[in-house]
Design a protein around this ligand. Structure first.
Ligand code: GLC
Length: 750
């Protein structure tokens, strides 16, 4: 067998099909693909279209036989350069055509050096650090033989009941689009064949984040206007950034499962966007069209997915078992199969796998957890933290503080601080807040009492020690939130209050009269109104990753200054969900926070006396914290909002500028945010939309003129029929969050 494959490779080389990379790499690759496909049997083509988990291949020996027989094009969840090389050797040297495997893994926010969860990275509003974290993730994963990651996850997510909001970049289309581009660039670099880069995957295409009720895998009903204006743009940004692959999703979108959806996969992705990359299904999402009730059996599921344009099937065998019959029945043609196989082979050629199928097995040891990687992880964590409250400027704590009570289930939880979607991070490598604070202040200054074993612990037996620790300390710092297992896929929550007796623990410590700092680690925004009343300062740390501890310690002690801004709206209560900043105005907008305490409603109040506007009688309409909110240890003043013009044509540009001054005593970064409102449109428009921002670092007293360009093209939207830039009047705000900013007006003329 080996002789045949070498002969074929020789033949391909002679025919120029395998010639070293020529000036027109794409043309050469296409020639090689065409030549290879002309050699392939149907079974070998279906093998390329099949991706399996090692467990599905019946263990290593059976896997080798299947690979040898050309039945496997890709394997996911196989790690270790040696193991991967061993199976790759079978593919390259023992299968008939020697087509290499492409090895995939969920490297979502780090491989061994775990970065903040993507929701935290989005809170940094720093595309550069997001790119760096994904570049580190890529080089570490590649050193262990991984060629392809199933990231970035760029589903716009407006419902914190949905556990996968942790993997997202939050509720905003623009910020998610910025992060999508940065993360793709981070994973893929400039050349996919570079052994330090891996192929990225824009997922989950599309609308998965709109699962009804925030219940994972649930139905999504998204009108085309909303789909095109809110959910598709980040995927278009990823496609424009050159993302090598897309992943279809689990959800049915308006009644059609996204893994069999011709409108999204064929009309939008291929025809409108001209996307040339490869599409993989989600885990068994093709077969799941049967329980969806969209396919009666695997054969019909295969037909639906093929007609829609899913090139590779993950973790189910609808294609392998049914394409021959579909071909025989004329329901699908070989040209279509060849096109899908070509997309798969192109990924492998672009990755350089035909030239370099093996991984240097010495790489991992000198790559994983490199000091530079940990520095980037710590910087990303620092920039992800959002300071929500800081009464009496309790933070930063002074370095000469004599004693600190460190309390709570997440103060020393190396596993949980890594967050969800961590397969290759080791908790042994995590540096916890307790460890970091001891390192900075000395053990003698730290009085540690966990108070609760885990975030869900109800028993209060640990409170005595926690209260004692607080009483003998100058300040109490409580690390609360949610364990990582409560976050992520299939982990939806109907209640977003702190689990277990965490709030009671905070009440007990607060009752000592000591100043209280609360640091929350979570994979989503939680309903923390009560905790805000009890605490003096609250720092939201998301799940900060391997270096979360030192990043938190440095920030508590003032060596770094909070600069994060919320990528999601915080609800007062779960009953307000969905609640997001770029909502529609309705015909009866609530214009002030009229009702937040139902007990204030007069008895026998008359029917219309409470104001017929869009609000809750028991929660008003305002969120707990708005999108874009985040405090600093310093303070900033915005002045001199100026527009280069008060109107522009539908192809024009206006420069919007403000003077930003650091009026505080710390060097600090501020995210200057630009929002617009299209006052009237051919369809109703959001009350605000983020259209630009700049993260600016200023020394105390320093002033900088910040200029953000606003193009008329940025105002384009889909109105149900066309993408349009409509003439009309607009508001523009520039400020520190989506609710506070300097205001001006401009118009767009035909
Ligand atoms: C999972 C997820 C997807 C992931 C894939 C492979 O179910 O939905 O995001 O990449 O399967 O693990």
């Amino acid at each position: 067998m080996k002789a045949i494959s070498l002969f074929l490779i020789g033949l391909l080389l002679l025919t120029g099909a395998c010639a070293p990379v020529s000036s027109d790499k794409k043309e050469q690759t296409d020639k090689r693909i065409k030549e290879l496909i002309s050699q392939m049997t149907l079974e070998e083509k279906l093998g390329q279209m099949s991706q399996f988990d090692p467990g599905q291949l019946g263990g290593p020996e059976n896997a080798k036989q299947a690979i040898k027989d050309g039945k496997v094009g890709s394997i996911l969840n196989l790690v270790g350069a040696e193991t991967i090389n061993e199976l790759q050797k079978v593919a390259v040297e023992e299968s008939r055509l020697g087509i290499p495997l492409v090895i995939a893994r969920d490297v979502i926010h780090g491989y061994r050096t775990i970065m903040p969860i993507p929701l935290g990275l989005a809170a940094s509003w720093n595309a550069e650090i997001a790119e760096k974290t994904m570049a580190v993730s890529a080089v570490e994963a590649a050193s262990e033989g991984i060629h392809w990651t199933f990231a970035p996850m760029i589903d716009v997510s407006r419902d914190p009941r949905w556990g996968r909001i942790a993997e997202s970049c939050g509720e905003d289309t623009y910020l998610t689009s910025v992060m999508a581009k940065a993360m793709v660039k981070g994973f893929q670099g400039d050349d996919l064949s570079d052994p330090k880069t891996i192929a990225a995957c824009a997922k989950h295409f599309v609308g998965y984040g709109a699962a009804e009720g925030g219940r994972d895998y649930n139905t999504t009903l998204i009108p085309e206007v909303q789909l095109r204006n809110d959910y598709l743009p980040p995927f278009k940004a990823a496609a424009d950034a050159g993302v090598a692959t897309f992943m279809s999703a689990f959800n049915d979108l308006n009644g059609v499962p996204t893994s069999g959806n011709e409108f999204t996969l064929k009309q939008i992705l291929r025809q409108e966007w001209g996307y040339q990359g490869m599409v993989v299904s989600d885990w068994a999402s093709i077969a799941e069209m049967i329980p969806h009730g969209y396919a009666a059996n695997k054969k019909e599921a295969a037909e639906r997915a093929l007609m829609a344009g899913v090139d590779m099937e993950m973790a189910s065998d609808c294609y392998a078992g049914n394409v021959k019959a579909l071909l025989d029945e004329g329901k699908i043609d070989m040209a279509t199969i060849d096109r899908y196989v070509a997309n798969i082979l192109r990924l492998k050629f672009d990755l350089g796998l035909f030239e370099n199928p093996y991984t240097d097995e010495t790489l991992a040891e000198k790559t994983l957890l490199a000091e530079k990687h940990k520095e980037i992880a710590q910087q990303a964590a620092s920039e992800s933290f959002v300071l929500l409250q800081n009464k009496n400027e309790l933070l930063p704590l002074s370095n000469d503080i004599s004693s600190v009570a460190v309390i709570g289930p997440l103060a020393d939880s190396p596993h949980d601080q890594m967050g969800t979607w961590v397969f290759d991070g080791n908790k042994e490598n995590s540096v916890t807040p307790l460890t970091a604070l001891k390192a900075k202040l000395g053990d003698a200054k730290i009085n540690f009492a966990k108070g609760l074993e885990i975030s869900r612990t109800k028993s209060t037996e640990g409170f005595v020690a926690a209260v004692e620790a607080a009483k003998k300390s100058d300040v109490a710092v409580l690390f609360l939130g949610e364990e990582s297992i409560l976050s992520g896929e299939a982990h939806s929550l109907a209640n977003l209050n702190l689990q277990g007796s965490q709030t009671e623990l905070l009440e007990a410590v607060q009752a000592t009269g000591k100043p209280v700092v609360v640091v929350i680690m979570a994979g989503r925004q939680l309903t923390i109104a009560r905790e805000l009343q009890l605490a003096d300062a609250v720092l939201y740390a998301w799940h900060p990753g391997t270096m979360g501890g030192p990043a938190i310690a440095d920030m508590l002690l003032g060596e770094t200054v909070p600069s994060g801004k919320l990528p999601v709206t915080f609800p007062k209560t779960v009953g307000q969900i969905p609640i997001y900043y770029n909502h529609k105005n309705t015909g009866r907008p609530a214009d002030y926070e009229q009702w937040t305490d139902i007990n204030k409603i007069p008895a026998e109040a008359t029917q219309h006396s409470l104001g017929n506007t869009s609000h809750y009688l028991d929660a008003g309409f305002e969120p707990l914290f708005p999108f874009g909110f985040g405090l600093s240890y310093s303070s900033f003043d915005y002045s001199n909002l100026e527009l280069s013009a008060n109107s522009m044509g539908t192809d024009g540009v206006i420069e919007v500028s403000i003077d930003l001054k650091n009026t505080g005593k710390y060097e600090a970064a501020e995210v200057v945010q630009l929002y617009i409102r299209d006052r009237f449109g051919s369809v109703t428009r959001p009350v605000k939309q983020l259209k630009g921002y700049q993260k600016v670092t200023l020394k105390p007293g320093e002033t900088k003129n910040v200029v953000i360009q606003l193009k008329a093209k940025d105002l384009e939207f889909f109105n149900g029929k066309d993408y349009v830039v409509e003439a009309g009047d607009f508001d523009v705000w520039v400020g520190t969050n989506s609710q506070e900013g300097l205001h001006a007006e401009f118009s767009v003329n035909e």
